[in-house]
Design a protein around this ligand. Structure first.
Ligand code: ATP
Ligand code: MG
Length: 692
């Protein structure tokens, strides 16, 4: 700690005096120095101008002040008081005696009074007993009386001095009385306060002495630099003696470090606690006693400390037990695959136990203290939970709610049960029912599907028998008719056409039935392999060109965007061909005249777009969404006269999806239809890059 100049001076001048005395002495020294300077200056001026007899007096003043200075330096306050008694001498020398030249006594009497006042203040400041005061007052009165008598003015009081109050003796007496009164009052007050202080100190000591906490009073010893060099135990209270089984006389005036090391075997560092620790409270475990203590350090005075030892062993033990219990329950709860929350009556989360999993990663800090309205539930769900909390608390019932929760791992379904835990909170047990619900849902879906396929199968069978019967009937009857000998050639041609067309339809139907059963049983295999595109188109072309009925005026065309025969990409050859066959079959079936085009085009060298267009009857706007449904057939004049299962498009759509595309359709009634699908162009070969 840095010392002020004030401390440095006082310590240098009066090293052995207490600080209150040195302060007083220093103030006096300052006054004396000022007076000495004035007196010396006065002496010098006198020497230079008019030495005379007054010079002796001035010199006397300087010498007296010097003496006072010496007394002060030696810290002799009494000596200063006695020197003040030389004042009447100087008054006599300056204003009364013939020793120096001076105006008549009656004119200088006030000067004398002022000198006496000065001295009086001095004495008031220094004197500790009233006896000195009265003695000084007595000498002052004598001096003034003497001065007044010298020129016979003592009794002029009522005639010479007007008004009478200005009589020097009266002023002196009045001022003395006033000062004395104030001083007495101040002294009484001081005494009272010091009594009070003493009382307070005594009661504090008493409180400390009888406190149930162990208290040690410690004194700091400081070196010249004001650094603490040692800590001494001044005293300890009864509780300290009892708690540590040590007597006051064993520790009193002993080094604190030594005693505390003796008591706590180096588990408590008193120096660190008092001198270096910023915290005024710390805890430590005295292993040798197997006790925990909380120590509070108080510093009521500069060099005095109190250490209060609070035995917290019991509390520590209880906390440890609670912690162990909590851990045990947590382990238990964690073993249960449910999430536990404790929620208070206002919906605020107080605690939770969650099984460590990737499902929900909730930080403790995030959940505890937050409210059901702020953790992400939709408002109606939060309201529902809130109502259930209220109900559970009011009626002591178990409430059940199901809810979904969006987490970073997806949406999960929970079943929450709320049960009253105590008067102000409920325990909520949330169980992840996602798997159960998904299973239920899948089961339901499977059931619906099973029912649907059952229904479909019945419909299909009913349909099939009808649809097979028609072409078969035609084929059987027409074949018989072909055998008629008197048939015209053109009639024979027509019959043969009809037989072949119905035969084709029959084949189609059988194919479709096989496809559908494979789709239904999930046995459609997708085998991706490099597949040359142009031959597929050509095969379809070659397959359909000869069977276009003569009655139709249709031109079948191919569109091969990349003519290179090596052009290929990876897909399922069979599924692609089947899908295209179904589409071409439809196109020819629903076109009377015009053209049917089957082909493909490249899309930015990344995709390949297959299409089948026709200039047929088209599909009415309101039927567009139905044609992909199984067994659905649009009511039109072609369908009225031809048989069909209504399965083709459903199968084609399924196949296209299996190889990574989506079957789409654009159609205008009576103008034509375009079916197309885009496939990813995987591992393409033999195509030309289009540089744009
Ligand atoms: P099948 O199962 O024997 O092919 P289908 O041809 O009637 O019977 P889909 O191929 O599924 O059945 O076609 C469904 C319906 O869509 C057809 O009945 C027809 O009305 C309509 N349709 C399909 N393709 C075309 C087309 N290119 N032009 C006009 N209508 C079409
Ligand atoms: Mg068809």
């Amino acid at each position: 700690m840095r010392k002020s100049w004030y401390h440095i001076i006082t310590e240098k001048l009066w090293p052995d005096y207490p600080s209150e005395t040195t302060t007083q002495l220093l103030r006096l020294m300052v006054i004396l120095v000022v007076m000495f300077i004035i007196a010396s200056a006065n002496l010098i001026i006198r020497l230079l101008t008019n030495p005379g007899a007054g010079f002796i007096c001035d010199l006397g003043v300087v010498v007296t002040l010097l003496l006072a200075g010496i007394c002060l330096l030696n810290g002799k306050k009494d000596c200063l008081i006695y020197l003040t008694f030389t004042l009447p001498l100087f008054i006599y020398a300056y204003y009364i005696s013939d020793f120096s030249e001076h105006p008549p006594c009656i004119e200088t009497v006030y000067n004398s009074v002022w000198w006496i006042f000065g001295g009086l203040l001095f004495i008031f400041y220094l004197a500790e007993t009233n006896y000195i005061l009265f003695f000084y007052f007595f000498t002052s009165i004598v001096t003034i009386v003497f001065q007044l008598t010298r020129d016979n003015h003592l009794l002029d009081s009522f005639s010479y001095y007007h008004p009478f109050t200005t009589h020097p003796l009266f002023i002196l007496t009045a001022f003395f009385a006033a000062f004395f009164f104030l001083r007495t009052k101040y002294m009484i007050q001081l005494k009272k306060q010091s009594h009070q202080l003493l009382d307070t100190q005594q009661s504090i000591n008493k409180v400390i002495q009888n406190s149930s906490f162990s208290v040690a009073q410690i004194r700091a010893e400081r070196d010249e630099e004001d650094n603490v060099v040692n800590l001494w135990i001044e005293k300890v209270n009864n509780a300290f003696e009892a708690s540590f089984k040590i007597n006051l006389h064993e520790v009193q005036d002993q080094e604190a470090e030594y005693i505390f090391n003796l008591l706590f075997r180096h588990h408590f560092d008193v120096n660190k606690m008092i001198l270096f620790d910023k915290k005024s409270t710390r805890e430590f475990h005295a292993k040798n006693q197997d006790r925990w203590f909380k120590v509070h350090a108080l510093k009521p005075e500069y060099n005095r400390f109190y250490l209060i030892f609070e035995d917290i062993s019991e509390t520590k033990k209880k906390i440890a037990e609670l912690e162990a219990n909590k851990k045990r329950y947590k382990v238990l709860l964690e073993a249960i695959p449910d999430i536990f929350f404790v929620i208070d009556k206002d919906g605020t989360y107080e605690d939770f136990v969650i099984k460590e999993s990737d499902l929900l990663k909730i930080e403790d800090t995030n959940i505890i203290g937050s409210n059901i309205y702020s953790v992400g539930f939709p408002e109606n769900m939060a309201n529902k939970i809130y109502r259930c909390i209220k109900n559970s608390l009011k009626n002591n019932t178990i409430e059940t709610i199901e809810y979904s929760l969006n987490t970073h791992n997806g949406t999960f379904l929970f079943e929450m049960r709320l049960a009253k835990l105590n008067s102000h909170s409920v325990i909520s047990i949330a169980r992840d029912i996602t798997k159960r619900k998904t299973a239920e849902f899948n089961l339901e879906k499977a059931l619906i599907k099973a029912e649907e396929s059952d229904r479909l199968k019945s419909a299909f069978l009913a349909n099939l028998s009808h649809e097979i019967r028609t072409p078969l009937n035609i084929i059987t009857n027409f074949t018989r008719m072909l055998a008629e000998p008197d048939l015209e050639d053109n009639e024979r041609m027509e019959l043969s056409d009809a037989i072949s067309q119905n035969g084709q339809q029959l084949l189609n139907m059988i194919d479709n039935t096989i496809h559908l059963s494979k789709i239904e049983t999930g046995t459609v295999e997708v085998s991706m392999s490099p597949c040359k595109v142009n031959p597929i188109i050509r095969n379809i072309y070659n397959r359909y060109l000869p069977i276009i009925p003569d009655s139709k005026n249709i031109r079948l065309r191919m569109n091969q965007d990349i003519p290179n025969p090596a052009f290929e990409f990876t897909t399922d050859y069979r599924l692609l061909s089947e899908a295209l066959i179904i589409l071409v079959d439809n196109a020819i079936k629903y076109t009377i005249k015009g053209e049917v085009v089957v082909g493909y085009e490249m899309v930015k060298n990344e995709k390949i777009n297959f299409f089948v267009t026709d200039t047929g009857i088209g599909i009415p706007e309101d039927e567009k969404e139905n044609i992909f449904s199984r067994f659905y057939r649009v009511r039109n004049h072609i369908n009225d006269s031809t048989s069909g299962s209504g399965l083709g498009l459903a199968i084609a759509q399924h196949y296209v999806e299996l190889i990574g595309g989506t079957l789409e359709m654009e159609s205008k009634e009576n103008e034509g239809t375009k079916f197309h699908f885009v496939l990813p162009f995987k591992d393409g070969k033999g195509f030309m890059k289009i540089v744009s």
